[in-house]
Design a protein around this ligand. Structure first.
Ligand SMILES: C[S@@+](CC[C@H](N)C(=O)[O-])C[C@H]1O[C@@H](n2cnc3c(N)ncnc32)[C@H](O)[C@@H]1O
Length: 266
């Protein structure tokens, strides 16, 4: 489907089409109204394993729920099989919701699934959701960007298809930089090493938010220096969003002055 063919946000969810839907970080109150409507109308919902039961409860009574898996490095359905399932169900005339945690466009392998739909001439649309970084930063009372501190923010993945992911460490190591690191638990020591090697201050705040927006949400406030050890000690087992360069607002007031650059904004 060419982008110009994409249905407008208010249009109906047609049989035989796919809605790539962001489920948000877990709290069902953070679902969009578009997502709620799509879940209620869907004949088939293919969801990843981070989707909470409270959100799946929004599916219609006759909807078929199919879990496609994927937690950290554990085995899950192969991407090609997921693509094939999406297409096969849509071709039967089903309304298919492809439900992904957070926002489907953020580390969601969305393009591969869109390309499969396009190749099969299956119409699709994207329903945006609240990404984990937004939920995590909200729970510590901070902003992802701040006048005079950081004019940009990076969304990083801790690992990619080849292993630990490489990034522009030189830029990230500068004072005042902020990054939201997804899937960052296993790569914590790697990230720490790269940043310190590129000159990052060892006392740069790092906050880990586990299960952001869910009843079992936990916050671990640490520093770059202590990140791997504190992570190991705390044993966070749920999905974790790592906020590099940010401390919970209350704790931030007690931090040493990190000599943040003074920036001018229009
Ligand atoms: C495959 S990525 C998917 C990201 C998702 N599309 C989003 O926009 O949030 C999975 C990673 O997202 C982060 N994540 C997702 N939900 C989370 C939550 N409720 N709390 C903390 N981190 C979460 C974790 O880093 C997890 O390993």
């Amino acid at each position: 489907m060419h982008p110009s063919d994409t249905p407008s946000p208010g249009s109906a969810f047609a049989p035989g089409s796919v809605a790539f839907t962001g489920a948000g970080p877990g709290d069902p109150d953070l679902l969009t109204r578009q997502a709620l409507r799509a879940l209620a109308l869907a004949d088939v919902i293919l969801h990843d394993c981070l989707i909470s039961d409270a959100i799946l409860a929004e599916a219609g009574p006759d909807a078929r729920l199919i879990e496609t898996g994927k937690r950290g490095f554990t085995a899950s359905m192969a991407q090609g099989d997921i693509n094939a399932l999406i297409v096969a169900h849509a071709r039967t005339g089903a309304r298919v919701v492809r439900l992904k945690s957070g926002d489907a466009t953020v580390f969601g392998r969305l393009d591969e699934e869109i390309e499969a739909c396009d190749a099969a001439h299956v119409p699709w649309r994207i329903l945006p959701g609240i990404t984990a970084a937004s939920a995590a930063v909200a729970c510590i009372g901070q902003s992802l960007t701040r006048r005079g501190r950081n004019a940009s923010v990076r969304l990083l993945t801790g690992h990619d298809m080849t292993g630990f992911a490489d990034h522009d460490w030189t830029t990230l190591a500068r004072p005042g930089e902020v990054a939201a690191i997804y899937m960052g638990k296993k790569s914590a020591r790697f990230v720490q090493g790269r940043l310190i090697m590129h000159g990052a201050d060892r006392v740069t705040p790092v906050t880990l938010v586990e299960n952001a927006s869910r009843p079992d949400q936990r916050v671990l406030a640490t520093t770059l220096d202590r990140l791997p050890e504190d992570l190991a000690t705390t044993g966070l087992s749920g999905p974790v969003l790592t906020l590099y360069g940010l401390a919970p607002r209350a704790a931030a007031r007690a931090l040493p002055d990190l000599a943040l650059p003074q920036m001018e904004f229009a």
